[in-house]
Design a binder for this molecule. Structure first.
Ligand SMILES: Nc1ncnc2c1ncn2[C@@H]1O[C@H](COP(=O)(O)OP(=O)(O)O)[C@@H](O)[C@H]1O
Ligand SMILES: [Mg+2]
Length: 233
């Protein structure tokens, strides 16, 4: 579904992504794991069109998308849930969700709204509340819900576990699996390798802008280096 080939991304003179290639098959959960600063967010922002690669290709179903603007990439079926949630604190929960559907016509988005409220009943209970009054976990749910409102085929998730208590992380990851089971392909980037590898089929290990290991999630969990460096085992 998504193929990234020899991607190079710079911030001025900083060579943040140094020739990365990976792919995501339809229906899969793929994870990129790596420490803080490895380049995870840079990769997702480049796929979403927020950053331009200096070299390399990003193909969605064989079509080059790295030359498109972010709204065109959303229209092709990719939506991103950014690191740190980025909800609009003054707007209500419902208004935040509606922003995720801004490109959809008429009442097309009402079906997704119903589904988001099924996945996250707490959002429905709080739909008229300003998003800034939600807990961290609820804001993460809102950010995921907002991403789903665009009806993506591929959902990019940037560290959904960040700053959340272990129980909430479990809850959020169970819902990510449910979203995937309903037919949405998922690219998940995480520092929490343990949780990410527990739900993904395929994983890539990112170190300072390069992929150093890849394989099935089961293989990576058994790998000595991954166990020592990322799983604390
Ligand atoms: N806006 C920016 N300007 C300059 N350097 C940046 C910027 N954003 C990220 N970087 C650098 O790019 C590298 C990768 O960052 P990032 O993709 O945010 O990593 P991760 O998401 O894995 O923590 C880091 O060295 C970081 O300092
Ligand atoms: Mg990041």
């Amino acid at each position: 579904m998504l193929t990234v080939e020899n991607l190079h991304v710079y911030y001025g003179a900083i060579h943040a992504i140094q020739g990365i290639s990976f792919s995501v098959r339809q229906g899969e959960i793929v994870t990129l794991i790596g420490a803080n600063g490895a380049g995870k967010s840079t990769i997702l922002k480049t796929i979403s069109g927020l950053l331009q690669p200096r070299e390399g290709k990003i193909l969605l179903e064989g079509e080059e998308i790295s030359t498109l603007a972010p709204h065109q990439i959303v229209a092709r079926g990719i939506s991103q849930v950014p690191e740190g949630r980025r909800v609009f604190p003054e707007l209500s929960v419902l208004e935040n969700l509606e922003l995720g559907a801004y490109q959809r016509k008429g009442k097309e988005h009402l079906k997704e709204l119903e589904w988001v409220f099924e996945l996250f009943p707490r959002l429905e209970e709080r739909k008229n509340q300003p998003a800034g009054t939600l807990s961290g976990g609820e804001q993460q749910m809102l950010a995921i819900g907002r991403g789903l409102m665009a009806k993506p085929r591929l959902l990019l998730l940037d560290e959904p576990s960040m700053g959340l208590a272990p129980l909430l992380v479990k809850e959020i990851f169970a819902i990510i699996q449910e979203i995937n089971a309903a037919g949405t392909t998922i690219l998940l980037v995480e520092q929490n390798a343990h949780m990410a590898l527990s739900i993904a089929q395929t994983g890539y290990v990112l170190e300072t802008g390069e992929i150093v290991l890849s394989g099935s999630a089961a293989e990576l969990v058994r790998n000595e280096e991954v166990r020592k460096a990322y799983l604390g085992l």
